[in-house]
Design a protein. Structure first.
Length: 697
């Protein structure tokens, strides 16, 4: 049974069609017969049942003139009588939207017909059955699509009026509500189906109906301390744009997957106290929207939210819309082959869209390099989200473990942050998975994050616990304690150090101690993290390491620096020279402390040493330090033979302790001394005994 308002609508459509269709044509007869079959649903007086004379009418006879007039009069009379029918919920929402969009009455009529066709079976039946499409095609010029004629006739419009309402610069199309394809057919934006389907108050704000508000953020403002300068600048920029109503405010958020780009946008909105709307995500039918559909939704959001001072937009995965057509990604998304102008939209159109955005818009992407340069130039600010520092990762791990109910001590969260260099997204996934496992605990989390880390980064040696700096157990050509005190007291920032010496002498431990004294977190890079088999990739990763340390205000450490600063006089390939040149260039311009450590100082390029402010040499422990180290590591009185071991390092004591723990000999000073002697004998240049030596308990 049709509601009063739906009956009024359909009667109006049919009355308009009857006034335009010629009775003496085949389409006229088809229309009349179909209306009579549909008359019962319309509760049309005098047509409760199909007339008997209709069944006796010959196939080729024209529809009787008197019956045609009676039918048309019945439609017109009932339509006039139904005009007092009150608008239903959908009609009120459409008119609410029209006020936001500044639509005319003709625009509302077009929009309502298309929406009812998509959502109401009676209108769909009228358009598809009463108006037989095959007969319509034969009746009219093929230049005009059937859908255009159907709509124009039903609304009582001329084709000229309809074309003007559906022109590219007309409100319906310009706003994104309706799109017109190359064949002249038009499509309604899927998101508008919510106007009919969404439950609730009929007067609900169309902003809430049409657009998805982003869920609450899971990260906190402090979780972005590693990009504090850019984070705070964006806050001030968006706040100013909302206050002044400035147009064309676009901010780019980019970085690897899982670094918290979407979460940053949510956190920013909460910080500003405004509503964040996500644009261009899954459509009403649950399918992935096309580029054109995402663009339609963006344009609609700009129109509906344009006068709001408490809303911002998030367009995630922006490469779908703004990929450079000359890039491989642009080609895959529908552009031309690389090197040719793409076919995925007008550059001028996209540029104007960005210049005229009425709502501050945050654009998120995993890679800004695939975005058209003309688009990038129209961003007011670009923030690169990198991997958070270990301190921030520990805080995120602790919060995720608590949120998922995984019992864990704070030190265990810190261990996860130190051991696994993974993004907040991975931390969230691993803790959520552990919650689903019966009896899931911190070990379950570790197992899950290890599997993801291996997948994302390949197998890497665990970082584990770092050796603590103990000045009593380090032997150097400079008083390291005095140096650290002086640098920390003066607050020096732009400085560089080169630490040379055998393995295990405490080079990295001292640099970490210095960074701690200076109030800086450490960014440690091994040569294996940077050197690539691809030409130019090593230089790019060196530059990225310096940039990351600069942006996150970290103390940069290069371990195994001899691999990155090898003597160019002995280079055999161009890339061996270029990577040294890249290092030297960045060393001269880096504004923060950095250090290089190497076990092979003699292999360094001579030009590099001139560029270090401090050149420190660390060597083996003297006899007194060796005896002190024995007491520190084992809490035992050292055997006298320890004094005679001339190549001991703190690292050797750490190895011997682990070995003694495994063998259960932590209380056997003699056995420990033998282990230390073996560590010394195994070093290059040390005399070693021949044969095997077996110890018996």
């Amino acid at each position: 049974m049709l509601s009063g308002y739906m009956r009024r609508l359909i009667l109006g459509y049919l009355s308009n069609l009857a006034a335009r269709i010629n009775r003496n044509t085949s389409i006229g007869r088809s229309f009349a017969e179909s209306v009579l079959e549909f008359a019962h649903d319309l509760d049309l007086p005098g047509y409760e049942e199909s007339p008997e004379w209709l069944r006796d009418l010959g196939k080729h006879e024209a529809f009787p003139a008197d019956e045609w007039d009676r039918l048309c009069n019945a439609l017109a009379t009932e339509y006039k009588a139904s005009k007092r029918a009150r608008h239903d919920r959908t009609a009120r929402r459409i008119r609410n939207l029209a006020r936001y969009m500044g639509l005319s009455r003709a625009d509302v009529a077009v929009l309502e017909f298309l929406l009812r066709y998509e959502t109401h079976p009676a209108v769909e039946s009228m358009a598809d059955n009463i108006l037989d499409r095959r007969e319509f095609t034969s009746r009219h010029n093929s230049v005009c699509s059937v859908s255009n004629w159907t709509l124009a006739y039903a609304l009582g419009m001329s084709m000229g009026t309809l074309r003007r309402r559906l022109a590219a610069d007309a409100p319906l199309v310009r706003s994104g509500l309706v799109s017109v394809d190359n064949d002249g057919d038009f499509n309604l934006l899927d998101r508008l189906l919510r106007i009919s389907h969404a439950p609730g108050d009929s007067s609900a704000d169309v902003q809430q109906l049409l657009f998805d508000t982003a869920p609450p953020a899971e990260l906190e403002w402090q979780d972005y301390d590693h990009v504090a300068a850019g984070r705070d600048h964006i806050e001030r920029l968006i706040r100013g744009a909302l206050k002044t109503g400035e147009r064309g405010v676009n901010v780019l958020i980019y970085g690897p997957p899982g670094t918290g780009k979407t979460q940053f946008c949510r956190t920013l909105a909460q910080r500003l106290g405004v509503t964040l709307y996500s644009v261009g995500e899954a459509d009403e039918r649950g399918r992935e929207p096309s580029r054109g559909e995402r663009l339609q939704e963006l344009r609609l959001a700009e129109r509906v939210l344009g006068d709001s001072q408490n809303s911002i937009l998030l367009f995630d995965e922006m490469e779908d819309l703004l990929a450079d057509p000359n890039s491989i990604l642009g080609w895959l998304l529908g552009g031309a082959s690389p090197g040719r102008r793409g076919a995925n939209g007008s550059k001028v159109f996209m540029n104007r869209l960005l210049e005229q955005t009425a709502v501050p818009t945050l654009w998120a992407t995993n890679s800004a390099h695939d975005t058209c340069p003309t688009v990038l130039r129209r961003m007011m600010y670009a923030l690169e989200l990198r991997q958070p520092t270990p301190r921030i990762r520990a805080r995120i791990w602790h919060r995720q473990l608590k949120r998922q109910g995984i019992p864990a001590r704070e030190c265990e969260a810190q261990a996860l942050a130190r051991e696994f260099d993974v993004t907040p997204g991975v931390a969230a996934g691993a803790t959520a998975a552990a919650r689903l496992v019966e009896g899931g605990d911190i070990g379950t989390v570790r197992q899950g994050v290890r599997s993801l880390s291996r997948l994302l980064h390949g197998d890497r040696p665990p970082k584990g616990e770092f050796q603590r700096f103990d000045p009593a157990l380090v032997r150097a050509d400079t008083d390291l304690t005095e140096l650290a005190d002086s640098l920390a007291e003066r607050g020096a920032r732009r400085l560089s150090l080169c630490l040379q010496g055998p393995p295990g002498t405490g080079k990295s431990a001292f640099v970490r101690h210095l960074a701690e004294r200076m109030g800086l977190e450490v960014l440690q890079k091994r040569a294996s993290d940077l050197i690539s088999m691809w030409v130019g990739e090593t230089e790019a990763q060196i530059a990225e390491a310096f940039a990351e340390a600069r942006d996150q205000q970290q103390f940069l450490i290069f371990d195994e620096a001899d691999s990155l600063l090898a003597d160019r006089r002995f280079a055999h390939r161009n890339w061996e020279v270029s990577q040294v040149n890249e290092m030297l260039t960045w060393m001269e311009n880096h504004p923060l402390p950095f250090a290089c450590t190497t076990n092979y100082g003699e292999r360094l390029d001579p030009a590099t040493l001139r560029r270090f402010d401090f050149k420190l040499r660390l060597t083996y422990l003297d006899p007194g330090q060796a005896m002190a180290a024995f007491r520190t590591f084992f809490a035992l009185e050292p055997p006298e033979e320890i004094r005679s071991l001339s190549s001991l390092t703190p690292g050797d004591f750490a190895v011997a302790r682990r070995r003694a723990e495994v063998l259960g000999r932590l209380d056997d000073a003699t056995s420990i001394a033998a282990m230390l002697r073996e560590e010394c004998d195994a070093k290059p240049g040390q005399s070693s005994r021949i044969g095997f030596r077996v110890q018996f308990d």
